[in-house]
Write a protein that binds this ligand. Structure first.
Ligand code: KG4
Ligand code: ZN
Length: 343
């Protein structure tokens, strides 16, 4: 079944759940503009400082929305609905975007559409020309989540597996820190790994061959730490460690996702979330899908990481189905996307 975005209207998307302030305009499923402003100042603290993040969102949200409207050549009065992330994320950061959107909804008398951030990542794949068909298997790999899902429709998700400890992005960031890289370290490990030997160290592929779809990334983090301690006095290339670590993570993610698609008899695979910007992960998925005559969908890197275009996209899909919220909607730092299915 394909997605119908015709006559879904003009949707303004707002995203402030973590350290990106973003606004986007989507007209009948076509992206008219997107502006993403990343708070790079967290780098020197080695992670996101919640209080500083919310203060920066307060300053940025209005100018970012104006810029998105400018780039689309539109005024606020053409907007049919405002979609905003209300969960999960940092409480203070979520509140800024949500209250801003509530003000717009009330002032312009347009529907408010509350968006689950992880759910929006799944549909970021629809921002590209080639769109997946339902049902599809989705791997969402971000800084806080690693989820393998069977997506039957908007709002109908079966959780096939998830991480039992660290998220994949968290593993990239923590290993990057051990290697002396800045936060977030995913993009830098990706770049370094291209020059390294991925066979240099055989790091563990945790749970890869277990008969379930769960993941575990805390063991590999400890393995990298032990390796670095043991070889501290020797000369080695950071690129080789980055490449070996990345290869282990990519192999587990791809192997389990392919198996899930085969078991659930779908030819459609979607990968989304910050880690889906990883070049080796994309290449590996493409190659494995081509071998099996499956179709692989991944958004361009700008839409893999946090952005409001995906918020507007899910907003359009929900508005078309009449799923809207009222002003009593509250921000929630945690909210599971779906209940775990019992095998
Ligand atoms: O989805 P996202 O932007 O924010 C969350 O919702 O968490 O994901 C951020 C995560 C960070 O852990 C970052 O290191 C990782 O995505 N990331 C990458 C790459 N680009 C971003 N990981 C590996 N390779 C990349 N190229
Ligand atoms: Zn995200």
């Amino acid at each position: 079944m394909s997605f119908d975005l015709s006559r879904s209207g003009t949707i303004l998307g707002i995203e402030t759940s973590c350290d990106e302030t973003s606004a986007a305009i989507l007209c009948n499923g076509e992206l008219a503009s997107v502006v993403v402003s990343s708070q790079f100042f967290h780098e020197k603290f080695g992670g996101v400082v919640p209080e500083l993040a919310s203060r920066a969102h307060v300053r940025a949200v209005l100018p970012i929305m104006r810029e998105a409207l400018n780039r689309a050549g539109m005024e606020l009065d053409v907007v049919d609905g405002v979609a905003v992330t209300f969960a999960p994320g940092l409480m203070g950061s979520l509140l800024i975007g949500l209250n801003f959107a509530k003000g717009l909804s009330l002032g312009l008398d347009i529907p408010l559409i509350g968006i689950h951030h992880i759910e929006a990542h799944i549909f970021s794949a629809l921002l590209e020309k080639e769109k997946p068909q339902l049902p599809f298997v989705a791997l969402v790999v971000s800084g806080g989540h690693t989820l393998l899902l069977l997506v039957k429709d908007v709002g109908k998700y079966q959780v096939l597996g998830e991480t039992l400890d660290d998220a994949a992005g968290e593993a990239f960031d923590k290993v990057g820190k051990m290697l002396g890289l800045n936060y977030p370290a995913g993009p830098e490990i990706d770049r370094l790994a291209r020059e390294g030997n991925s066979e240099y160290v055989k790091f563990p592929r945790a749970m890869m061959n277990e008969a379930n779809y769960d993941f575990s990334f805390s063991g590999i983090k400890t393995s990298v730490l032990h390796w670095l301690k043991k070889h501290a006095a020797e000369r080695f290339e950071l690129a080789d460690i980055a490449a070996s670590f990345q290869r282990a993570v990519v192999e587990v993610l791809v192997t389990k996702t392919m198996r899930a698609a085969e078991e659930h008899e779908t030819t459609e695979i979607v990968c989304a979330g910050g880690v889906s910007a990883n070049s080796e992960l994309r290449e590996r998925f493409r190659a494995e899908c081509a071998r099996r005559r499956m179709r692989f969908f991944v958004p361009r890197p700008l839409f893999s990481t946090d952005n409001a275009a995906m918020i507007a996209m899910l907003g359009a899909l929900k508005l078309k189905r009449g799923i809207v919220n009222d002003l009593s909607l509250t921000a929630l730092p945690r909210l599971p996307l779906a209940e775990r299915s019992t095998p």
